[in-house]
Design a protein around this ligand. Structure first.
Ligand code: TRP
Ligand code: ZN
Length: 495
């Protein structure tokens, strides 16, 4: 759309026009996707969600999930209908109290047609009643709903929501959450944020979790199972809630030795990234066979296998760094993944230096030297890796190398100022790689187009410069002590 100067007269005419009801032809269906460059059908168009209230009941024995989702939103277009993303079986939909008709289409669309069309700017309360067996549902031929011997888990990226709640499933539409789950007595339900008092009635216990900072759909997690829950506080008083499956066996000790350092690590990260952005923190380790960790907001998901080689505080550093880089400041589109993974990996490098296990410089040199120029590693462009390589190791390692190159270019003073300033600048919002470059240029006062292009956007190995030494060869370089521990986080790529 062209922008035009609006005169006061035109404004008055426009407001007059607004009072006149649009003809039916003006109302169009909302788009079935949010326009993501990598996943065009993820999310939807035409409305903006502000809150999800999920009331669920889950039976571990049969994997039956029943629920009512109450979604508060506002239309951003004149709509004849709109979509949610969802896979379970819908019994009823109401829009602003009136029964709406609904149909399914595509891989995961729930098309909702309200009784009357909706004018742009209309507040919506959408109530969806549903039930189903999540493990029997798939989209694009796969499922990321993980059953465990005593429950189930929703924690995956970029897809995890549509197996358990209807949503506008794209990180650009963040919202607050109340997640309330009824589970059989003796079983726990884990989710994001703070835990409200639990209630027990006729063999069922209700766990209610509240997240009152904006949260992306994929960062909203659910775990049902038998957990041991521990609590604590960071030095600034942020409550810590960790949960360990009672079925972790040989992983139990190393898992606790790692997660129980959450407070200490949040305190340490705050020195680099600024005040912790949420009012609860912690993680959970379910009895699952997956191998990855995921930065689910305030309550990180850790696979037991992350602790297969013993305590692994480095993965805790990675996932907690995401609370600033990824969770509070979320990507605008999935192509912006470097802001999440490059910086979470860089935080592990800072931690390595802090622990005396190798400096950021040594780690950068190691990444640079261990991939010869003809290694396909360099064909991945971290600044826009494409959907197939979105979580390629290069997004992490070349991504962190790019952060080191930026630090070298702008100097430590500007670098640490922008490392801390960015999460504040865009707190609870969304931002892109282009936004990051503009911000870094503003804070450092330096043009950075060439630097970003070389380190993030060229499909080739950058020439060695400054911080990255040209002399090292893989044979000559003994990797820093932290190298293997940091690599353990890469198990995401095996899972
Ligand atoms: N964001 C996760 C991390 O870096 C990685 C991850 C978790 C992932 N689950 C995934 C990547 C599924 C690809 C697919 O900690
Ligand atoms: Zn990560």
């Amino acid at each position: 759309m062209h922008r035009r100067l609006i005169t006061p007269g035109a404004l008055a005419a426009a407001s007059l026009l607004l009072a006149i009801p649009a003809s039916a032809a003006d109302y169009q269906p909302g788009a079935p996707g949010a326009g993501d460059a990598y996943y065009p059908n993820y999310g939807n168009g035409g409305y903006d969600v502000s809150h999800y209230d999920l009331r669920l009941k889950y039976r571990p024995a049969t994997d039956e999930l029943e629920g009512t989702a109450t979604i508060r939103a506002r239309t951003t277009e004149d709509l004849s209908r709109f979509d949610l993303d969802f896979l379970l079986d819908v019994g009823e939909v109401r829009v602003n109290g009136a029964k709406a008709s609904f149909a399914t289409s595509g891989e995961h669309e729930l098309e909702i047609t309200p009784a009357t069309p909706l004018r742009r700017g209309t507040p919506l309360t959408v109530v969806v009643r549903y039930s189903g067996v999540p493990s029997t549902k798939s989209a694009y031929g796969f499922s990321t709903w993980h059953r465990t011997p005593d429950g189930a888990i929703a924690a995956d990226e970029p897809e995890s929501a549509w197996w358990w709640y209807p949503s506008n499933d794209h990180p650009s539409d963040k919202a607050t959450y109340d997640v309330s789950v009824q589970v059989p007595d003796g079983t726990q339900a884990i989710s994001n944020g703070t835990l409200l008092p639990t209630r027990s009635k006729q063999g069922w216990t209700t766990y209610t979790w509240r997240q009152h900072k904006p949260q992306a759909t994929y960062l909203t997690t659910l775990a049902v199972g038998k957990f041991d829950i521990t609590t604590g506080k960071t030095s600034t008083g942020v409550p810590i809630i960790n949960a360990y499956s009672k079925d972790l066996g040989t992983y139990d000790r190393a898992a606790r030795a790692s997660l129980e350092r959450t407070g200490e690590i949040v305190d340490w990260l705050s020195g680099y990234l600024g005040r912790y952005p949420f009012d609860s923190v912690g993680g959970y380790v379910p009895n699952t066979t997956t191998s990855y960790a995921l930065e689910t907001q305030t309550r990180v998901y850790y696979s037991p296998k992350q602790f297969a080689k013993g305590a692994n505080p480095s993965v805790v550093v990675h996932e907690l760094a995401h609370q600033w880089y990824g969770d509070s400041v979320s990507l605008k589109g999935w192509k912006d993944i470097w802001i999440n993974e490059g910086f979470a990996r860089y935080a592990q490098w800072l931690w390595s230096e802090h622990e005396g296990e190798g400096t950021t410089q040594e780690l950068a040199d190691q990444v640079y030297a261990s991939h010869p120029a003809d290694d396909p590693f360099w064909t991945v462009r971290p600044g826009d890796p494409g959907p197939d390589d979105q979580f390629d190791i290069a997004v992490y390692d070349r991504g962190a190398l790019a952060v080191q190159a930026l630090r070298d270019e702008v100097g430590d003073k500007a670098f640490f100022a922008l490392l801390k300033g960015w999460p504040k600048e865009h707190a609870y919002g969304n931002a892109s790689v282009a936004d990051f470059r503009a911000y870094a240029e503003r804070v450092s006062g330096k043009p950075l187009a060439a630097l970003f292009d070389t380190w993030l956007f060229q499909p080739s190995k950058p020439a060695a410069r400054g911080a990255v030494s040209a002399t090292q060869t893989p044979a000559a370089a003994a990797p820093p002590k932290s190298w293997q521990k940091i690599a353990a986080t890469n198990d995401i790529h095996a899972g």
